[in-house]
Design a binder for this molecule. Sequence first.
Ligand code: NAD
Ligand code: SF4
Length: 437
Amino acid sequence: MSPSPEVLQKLTPVLTKRWLSPDAWRINTYEKLDGYLGLKKALKSHPDDLIALVKDSGLRGRGGAGFPTGLKWSFIPQNDGKPHYLVVNADEGEPGTCKDLPMMMNDPHALIEGIVITCYAIRAERAYIYIRGEAVHAARRLRHAVAEAYARGYLGKNILGTGLNVELVVHSGAGAYICGEETALLDSLEGFRGQPRLKPPFPATHGLYSSPTVVNNVGTIASVPYIVLGGVDWWRTMGTEKSSGPMIYSLSGRVVNPGQYECTMGITLRELLELCGGMQPGHELKFWTPGGSSTPLFTAEHLDVPLDFDSVAAQGSMLGTTATQIFSDQDCPVYATYRWIEFYAHESCGKCTPCREGNYWMVRILRRILSGAGTYDDLDTLLDACDNLLGRSFCALGDGATSPVTSSIKYFKQDYLDYIEGRKKPLLDARELVGAH
Ligand code: NAD
Ligand code: SF4
């Protein structure tokens, strides 16, 4: 199946435009293909005008929450006598999410250029890229690119002779999902155990070392040079009014060509499936995540929902990290939920009781169901546990863990009942329950 011309038009090679160029990650390639022109243009503007430009562009955070970027920048107090910081959240860890790592591997200078422009706009002289510990290859590539940018005068003192100073440090975490939560990330960066802080106050006023700090995702910051260079009107030709610009959708699972597809925001899964060659032969779509495992599941009913922040929310889910994981009629939603909850139980930082205990018990109940020893009460207990997690956890990790459970019971209760009533062969051995977890 080849995609129709209308669908092909929704591909937007902006953030990915250099990815297929030879040596795309090197500064020479980057400079040849418009690299650092956005910075040169930005340095001719007033910092406040840059914040206004990003506000007008409608850019929303690409890390999952979709908070308006320009608004976040405008919260940074001015003339407060404190140092300001920019921290790039490159701790991409949401199951199924794979957009920031390829961005940093293929085009690290777009991120660095965005960092220098953002530092200029928010009056910060020091920036950090906090990258997840397992991504050794991407950290190495970033460090190489940072050294190149220092050598060419795009980082360091008196950047391009304008008097702007920006020091950039690439910091590798130790591989904890919770360190992607912005305040846990800041604690980890300061050298403490990574656990979330109470919000408010938000990092914009009390961030790194209690100073005003912008924490933005890789994709958000890498978008900034394009907005500066192309302008608001061009940026807004892509996407929808409230979800402007392009977005990288990472498709995985039972599709013919999984991978990253950069498209105008608001594309539907039906159209994405056309772009990636459709479902694998012999597989029919059963359920999918619109934005990683923390977002409530969708089904074949949702094939035509525009994948932008508001349309997905209106259907009871979240755009999240646009990690679309595709499952077929040959996959079991109960088992997928069990694996996700095992992940949340393992990654829970243990600070608050609902998440620490709730996930522990949900894993045990799901194991019991999958081993054929489940009861009807187990479904009520799972929903009750979710009630006590959602809105009662200290951070978004606990809330997110409820999504696969509540949505799989909503759409696939019959699959649960098939295990409970003995119609489905147990997938797990009941002996695993002894001393489990
Ligand atoms: P959030 O909505 O609490 O905050 C979003 C951003 O806006 C934060 O930077 C926050 O500081 C800022 N903010 C919100 N209100 C503010 C205010 N009044 N003043 C100043 N700043 C304000 O969401 P969150 O907890 O940061 O993120 C949750 C999202 O993260 C989830 O939706 C999930 O999709 C996503 N997520 C992503 C990954 C990944 O790997 N990228 C992993 C897990 C979760
Ligand atoms: Fe830690 Fe989970 Fe509580 Fe977040 S919700 S603070 S991860 S225990």
